[in-house]
Design a protein around this ligand. Structure first.
Ligand code: ZN
Ligand code: ZN
Length: 88
């Protein structure tokens, strides 16, 4: 049985996404891009950007619900940093 048909859980931001390593490199950073199963698109998790969309119909649900960036909320971690006051 082909293992490539099984989606993997790839670490993305503060969570994971379902997909698998794509056969292309990110034009921005040169790392291996990943296929994001939920949105039928290839993206780079390091740059947090889309690289290629595979759906031929831009009006379908997958494309309509696709967020502007692959990993939403990954930049919110800084807001939870504790202030370094009162430490002895
Ligand atoms: Zn990249
Ligand atoms: Zn689509």
């Amino acid at each position: 049985m082909p293992a490539t048909d099984q989606p993997q859980l790839l670490p993305a931001g503060i969570g994971v996404i379902e997909g698998w390593p794509a056969d292309v490199l990110c034009p921005g950073c040169g790392r291996e891009a990943v296929y994001y199963l939920d949105y039928d698109a290839t993206c780079c998790l390091a740059c947090n950007r889309w690289i290629a969309f595979h759906c031929p119909d831009p009006g379908c649900d997958h494309c309509r619900l696709r967020p502007p960036r692959p990993v939403a909320g990954s930049g919110q971690q800084h807001e939870h940093r504790r202030r370094a006051g009162g430490h002895r």
